[in-house]
Design a protein around this ligand. Structure first.
Ligand SMILES: [Zn+2]
Length: 343
């Protein structure tokens, strides 16, 4: 089955024969590591839903003193990218840009990539995916794939939230309404909290999301430290304002010198459009103008400083670099930059 066929099959809700593949993998994993989930546990947690070629759905990248473990919560293939991306453009001009980049004109795949940052003794989970409610749709695989990568929920010491959209916060709670990461404190943006807990949000067009915040984030209030631009989360990890997509979205800047990474959250949600056409409107950007300004500002910074970028919705494992091209940019997925020492 080709990659494209696999994504199409998944889009149609057709179970891939990956149930068998996933089962075999679970058995192998169990022989190697008796604490790995059994075939049955994997199936229950949606572990049989691996969409090749992204299996096993986690990837560890070492950048200087930190390790970044991307854990793919799931993929959502579907129609698009127009009108989600380029909402203010014609369908044809978006299709044309896709063809020019060797992508299908009318189909795309959205990725959901929480990341575990290993920094000293801290295990910082950045965003939490769809949670158990996502399993029916082939998402919500974070917990299962974390286990595959060797992490128990108890190992997470800090959960850092970039913003409060459902695909980032719904993994905070178990189906029983308990904290999914029982030993973790939480860090989140002050402006994001202020907006989503306001009457304006609860009664506005995003009221549904405000309800999710009420269910997932508000119960954790006592554990939350609120952040503003420039605040340090742990030594070497700093919050940066990236407002626009939501009123209080934060990016997280990590590392120092040559080894810096900007975790840009949903600033760049399509690896072609967000960089090559940063001004095009994105349906999910709550303030389209501010989001475009943030995109340009951060892309210019990333390009001039040759800093690595991670993006929650970029293709797994969601790490790369940004090149300035004319008045816009280009995303360069990481290849072996982090696997070799510079001479
Ligand atoms: Zn998102």
């Amino acid at each position: 089955m080709s990659r494209r066929q696999a994504l199409k099959a998944a889009a149609g809700g057709m179970a891939l024969s990956a149930a068998a593949i996933g089962g075999a993998r679970a058995q192998d994993a169990q022989q190697a590591d008796p604490t790995a989930p059994t075939e049955e546990e994997s199936a229950m947690a949606g572990g049989g839903e691996d969409i090749l070629p992204f299996a096993p759905g986690w990837r560890r990248t070492v950048v200087g003193d930190v390790a970044l473990v991307t854990v793919l919560d799931g993929i959502r293939p579907g129609e698009g990218p127009h009108p989600t991306f380029g909402e203010d453009q014609s369908a044809e001009s978006v299709a044309e840009l896709m063809r020019a980049n060797l992508l299908p004109p009318n189909r795309f795949a959205n990725f959901f990539n929480p990341v575990i940052v290993e920094a000293g003794e801290e295990r910082i989970l950045v965003d939490t995916g769809f949670g158990p409610a996502g399993l029916d749709n082939g998402q919500g695989l974070l917990a299962n794939r974390m286990a595959g990568a060797g992490f128990a929920p108890e190992d997470i010491t800090i959960v850092a939230l970039t913003h409060f959209h459902g695909d980032h916060i719904n993994g905070l709670m178990t189906t029983e309404g308990q904290p999914a990461f029982p030993n973790a404190r939480v860090v989140a943006g002050q402006a994001e909290w202020d907006f989503w807990t306001s009457d304006a949000a609860k009664n506005g067009p995003a009221a549904g999301n405000a309800k999710a915040v009420e269910a997932m984030v508000v119960p954790l209030r006592e554990r939350i430290t609120f952040l503003t631009d420039g605040d340090e989360i742990v030594s070497g990890m700093v919050a940066r304002a990236a407002f626009g997509h939501t009123p209080g979205m934060l990016a997280f800047e990590l590392g120092e010198g040559e080894n810096r990474v900007l975790m840009a959250a949903d600033t760049f949600s399509h690896f072609v459009i967000s960089f090559q056409r940063p001004d095009w409107h994105v349906r999910f950007d709550m303030d389209k103008q501010a989001a475009a300004e943030t995109r340009r500002r951060l892309a210019a910074m990333l390009a001039s400083e040759r800093m690595a970028v991670m993006g929650y919705h970029l293709p797994f494992p969601a790490i790369g670099f940004v090149e300035a091209v004319g008045d816009a940019f280009r995303y360069v997925p990481a290849s072996y930059q982090f696997a070799v020492e510079e001479g």
